[in-house]
Design a protein around this ligand. Sequence first.
Ligand code: F6P
Length: 401
Amino acid sequence: MHKLYVVMVGLPARGKSTLAKRICGGLKEEGVEAKIFNNGELRRILYGANSTDADFYNPSDLDHKKAREQIALRNLARAKAWINNQGMVAVLDATNASRERRRIITQTLSDHPILFVECVNEDTMLQDICIARKTSLPEFANYTKEDALANFLKRIHYYESIFEPLSEEKYWLRVDSTANRILEERALDGSPYYPAIRQILVDIPAEDLYLARHGETEFNLEGRIGGDPLLTPKGLSQATALATHLRHTRLDWVFTSTRRRSHQTAAPVLQDRHDVHTLAMPEFDELWAGSCEGMRYAEIREKMPEVSKGRNANKYNYSYPNGESYRMLHNRVKKGLCRALFLAGGSPILIIGHQAINRVLLSLFLRCHEEDIPYIFIPQNEFYHISVSLRRKVFERIPYN
Ligand code: F6P
């Protein structure tokens, strides 16, 4: 019978626990008995507040090094006992930063294959958010905010001083945990879990993602593209209607673009919500029309017929002079979505985007032909509700006006 150990690797605040949960949750959805074994939880149980201070992680402090090794060994023993009973995939969540530690793991867990998963997160904004989450855990309750931060950064520094990336290990994946991208791998062929785990890591999971377009703008009325126009009175009432419709819907994060029409649409939604986080992301700014920004479609047809012809012939690949194409949007919108989902950590989110942006956002969940993407219908009085996992894809278009 196939069984597997998945061993997470990475510096603190690189998204290991988030990925461990996704791997475990995704496998469970497939009917696989999977469980997480977290060194941090065991550490807090065994050493409590004594293990919060950065000194506990000083690699030159031999007593503390020994204590951390003991925690790791106990956790390995727990995982091994569970695997040899009913378990199928045990996910070991810890930094496992040095080769020396990973050799101990390989020797201890020699009964079944081990897949190491290294998490990379070079996105400093997301690193800061992860650090802020860690330092607000109960274990830092007796620290001031500043002391908790300084302490945690010192802890990271200690881990950096011993960190060695995966290379000599037999089977491994290196993953950009904030972009859902596999950077390098040494495949574990023949295991039924490997392709599933790979898929879980690259898929974009979304539980309760609400996708709305801003309300009607002055430019919409005039048939102009791009720019930074304001909402019309009708657009403002669409924004109010959206807020009214969503008033009983849980939203933990509201993301907008940096444009005024997107902020104006978000304003009534945010009005009576004091615990919702909000962030304007340039990744969600509308397709940049370059030299055609602010022009009317009719004007473009008349003055720059080659642009209209080029778009009609191949709208997905055509980039405006000095501007963008839908193909170019794909990467920036995907980056924005992965960042947004990482920030929200599985809680419900609303993105207030634009016509082209919402088309691309939808296409990231649907397997559609590229040439169809620029024609997906994005109304200003309906929003999409998306809920996607490995086994289930829900897309609802809900009228709110
Ligand atoms: O017309 C509104 C708008 O958001 C423009 O700003 C943008 O250029 C356009 O939609 C994108 O849609 P299409 O690619 O169909 O022109």
